[in-house]
Design a protein. Structure first.
Length: 527
């Protein structure tokens, strides 16, 4: 098993000391058990600093020190330990520089990883907290399982598993719930039996509620298992059909009432069934139910018209009639949807409706459109504006894309420059290129992009490029707003055109337009 921990490194002096320690010859088998990613051990502090200086928010840490400790029980060698460390970093911090070393100077192997606090891709700092540490430990556990190594289970899980086992044994050896509680106390568990039944072992810090262990450990199910010897399947809390389903108390009560009504032939039998389903009933002015473990009664009239006391009695005594009512309701619902859809679809095509015609003519007057041909001209001009705006928007997007490519190329060029320089001075260039193939390819691609940018006399300053990018982004937002307005105007014009074409076009000649508009203005004035 691998135990994972992480500590911050606050200064470059501390980082240099850490590099010297993790790469010591006597601990790394003559420096053979060392692996570096995007840096080298001699100039690690400098390489880390170059990347960190590009970050806007650097934070207080210059690096982080991760330790992976392997168990003596696991058969593991330094090569496998390096592979595990590499896989962990590939999952957790794939774009960060790091130095990985395996120490074999003790009985158990352990990895030391010094990782830069800022990544090379987006220049963002590492946020290390208890949640990211737990995530790292989960990934480490998965990798260890893949390599056939043992995995550490958390103390929290152990306590719950131990409690489950103790409860199961106590249930088997008990004939009553009271005897079960006595057996749990004999197993040195402290019992708290108030609103919720809870247990606390000697090594536990807090009480563990029985309902948090699963459905088989609810008080009702525990009683069934003890007294009636019923086998109850344990399911996770609020999990149904392997999916999470968050249900309200009212929706659960609805379902319980429906089940009780199906199994009942009288109202008294219904109340008895509800009691079996773990509900307390209150019959006064209003019928109400409450879970035995719940806080408040819920009035049945508040959960729907089919759940009032009168309706429940009707449903029990007249099951067939209620089915017919449900069928009629479903047909009415479908008919309403059809009517609503027909109204929507005929919104702009009812040529006999004078109100629609008046609205069209008002639009003509407000937008200074004299006749049908003027409407067509306005539509054509709006389409031309749409095409022109779309063209300028595409040009802006192309410029933004080019600038982003140039910024990325500058970043990649600076990131892999030291590898390209080492490649030039390397004695075995073929092996070096194989080892750093991806980095060299990225560096060469970045070189081509930057050379093209120089030929087209573009700025190669990151600050200047970012300034241009901000201006283009602002221009893009403005163009997008204009495009939305143009499309909305075009949509309105097309709707008006459609109404005019459906109706008699003669209605929209100049004299008729004046008559209808005058009539419309007079009616408004009289009001």
């Amino acid at each position: 098993m691998a135990y994972t921990k992480i500590k911050p490194i606050k200064s470059e002096r501390h980082l240099q000391s850490a590099v010297n320690y993790v790469t010591r010859e006597d601990k790394t088998d003559g420096k053979t058990n060392i692996y570096t990613h995007m840096c080298n051990t001699e100039n690690a502090v400098l390489h880390f600093r170059n990347v960190r200086e590009k970050a806007i928010k650097k934070g207080n840490n210059v690096a982080h020190h991760i330790c992976l400790s392997f168990s003596l029980e696991d058969e593991i060698n330094p090569e496998k330990a390096i592979e595990i460390g590499q896989e962990l970093m590939e999952e957790v911090y794939p774009n960060n520089q790091y130095i990985l070393s395996v120490h074999n100077d003790r009985e158990h192997l352990h990895c030391h990883i010094l990782v830069n606090s800022v990544d090379m891709e987006k220049h963002k700092k590492i946020n290390s907290n208890k949640y990211t540490l737990q995530e790292m430990r989960n990934i480490s556990d998965n990798i260890c399982e893949k390599y056939g190594l043992s995995v550490i289970t958390t103390q929290y899980k152990n306590h719950r598993q131990k409690l489950k086992s103790a409860i199961d044994n106590a249930v088997k050896n008990s004939n009553s719930f009271e005897e079960f509680l006595i057996n749990m106390k004999s197993k040195r568990y402290e019992v708290k039996n108030c609103k919720y039944l809870a247990f606390k072992g000697i090594t536990d810090k807090t009480f563990i509620r029985r309902d948090s262990l699963g459905t088989a450990y609810k008080e009702k199910n525990l009683r069934d298992r003890i007294v009636n010897k019923i086998v109850v399947e344990n399911k996770g809390k609020k999990i149904y059909d392997d999916k999470f389903a968050m249900r309200t108390k009212r929706s659960i009560l609805k379902k319980s009432i429906d089940e009780a009504i199906k199994q009942s032939k009288s109202f008294d039998e219904f109340l008895s069934k509800m009691k079996d389903l773990d509900y307390d009933a209150k019959q006064g002015k209003y019928l109400a139910f409450k879970r035995k473990e719940g806080n408040r009664f819920i009035r049945v009239k508040s959960i729907g018209e089919d759940y009032t006391e009168e309706m429940i009695k009707f449903r029990i005594e007249n099951a067939e009639e209620y089915k017919e009512i449900l069928e009629i309701r479903e047909k009415e619902r479908i008919n309403k949807l059809i009517v609503k859809e027909n109204i929507y679809s005929s919104r702009y095509i009812n040529s006999t409706n004078i109100n629609t015609n008046i609205r069209v003519l008002n639009y003509f007057a407000e937008n200074n459109i004299k006749d049908y041909s003027a409407l067509i001209m306005k539509i054509e001009k709006t389409k031309q504006r749409e095409t022109s705006n779309e063209k300028s928007l595409n040009e802006i997007n192309i410029k933004i894309s080019k600038i982003k490519d140039t910024i990325n190329a500058l970043s990649t060029y600076e990131r892999y420059k030291y590898i390209a320089e080492e490649y030039k001075t390397s004695y075995d260039k073929d092996n070096y290129r194989i080892k750093h193939h991806k980095q060299l390819m990225a560096y060469e691609t970045a070189q081509i992009i930057l050379e093209t940018a120089k030929k087209s006399e573009e700025q190669l300053s990151v600050r200047e490029l970012n300034s241009q990018l901000d201006s283009l982004e602002a221009a893009k937002k403005s163009a997008e707003k204009v495009m939305i307005q143009i499309k909305e105007n075009l949509k309105n014009l097309e709707n008006i055109k459609y109404n005019v074409e459906i109706a008699d076009k003669k209605l929209f000649d100049k004299e008729q337009e004046k008559q209808i508009n005058n009539f419309h203005h007079k009616s408004n004035y009289s009001r």
